[in-house]
Design a protein around this ligand. Structure first.
Ligand SMILES: C[S@@+](CC[C@H](N)C(=O)[O-])C[C@H]1O[C@@H](n2cnc3c(N)ncnc32)[C@H](O)[C@@H]1O
Length: 197
């Protein structure tokens, strides 16, 4: 299995596919184990790297993951098959903001897709959490740009960083959820519904 993980890391590197940092996925795998997470919804599959590692956290956690890019979706299917995890990982080829979920809920939701849309993902998917469930978000430091907007020359990048900063404020001021921020990898948050604490 380690070899397959290394192959995915090489592929991501060669094809410029952003995948989660090692410390962050280690944190999430530990979280899944420690909190007895049985079901995960991931927004942003890319090539299936984090989905495969999350599924390997325990023997019985199941992962549903959503990807809107066809090439990455196909690559994810291939990798999941190679790792023999087709029975525990389901990939949807769809835009997560257009997807209609019903009758399902999850112990953990992992937001790792378009950074400018984090608040939309959070607001849409918070209804699909089981009691005691959490929403984890990655890339809140955005390679050190967050909190340092004045040093950025590109207008688009500045705008994107502004959206991540807005999302952090949204989490901090959210009356429904209690959020803890972790200086792990590219910055992670763990949000738990207040009445579930
Ligand atoms: C950072 S990558 C995901 C990395 C992956 N979680 C991992 O660590 O292996 C973000 C992915 O989200 C996908 N994405 C962005 N916006 C999306 C959306 N609205 N719906 C579905 N996928 C989306 C992108 O195509 C990209 O492949």
């Amino acid at each position: 299995m380690r070899e397959k993980i290394l192959e995915m890391e090489e592929y991501a590197n060669e094809h410029n596919v952003p995948i989660i940092e090692k410390d962050s996925i280690a944190f999430i795998m530990k979280f899944i184990k420690a909190n007895n997470v049985k079901s995960v919804l991931e927004i942003g599959t890319a090539i299936g790297y984090s989905a495969i590692l999350m599924a390997q956290s325990t023997d019985d956690v199941v992962v549903t993951t959503i990807e809107r890019d066809e090439t990455r979706y196909m690559e994810a299917l291939k990798n999941i098959k190679k790792c023999d995890l087709e029975n525990r990982i389901t990939v949807h080829y769809q835009d997560a903001l257009e997807m209609n979920l019903s009758g399902v809920s999850y112990d953990m939701i992992f937001i790792d897709a378009a950074k400018g849309q984090y608040t939309k993902f959070f607001e849409k998917y918070k209804y699909f959490l089981n009691p005691g469930g959490v929403i984890i978000t990655d890339n809140l430091k955005f390679h050190g740009h967050v909190g340092n907007r004045s040093n950025i020359a590109s207008k688009n990048l500045k705008q994107l960083v502004g959206k991540i900063e807005d999302y952090i404020d949204f989490l901090k001021n959210n009356e429904e959820f209690e959020t803890k921020f972790y200086d792990v990898g590219d910055g992670l948050s763990v949000s738990i519904k207040k009445n579930d604490i």
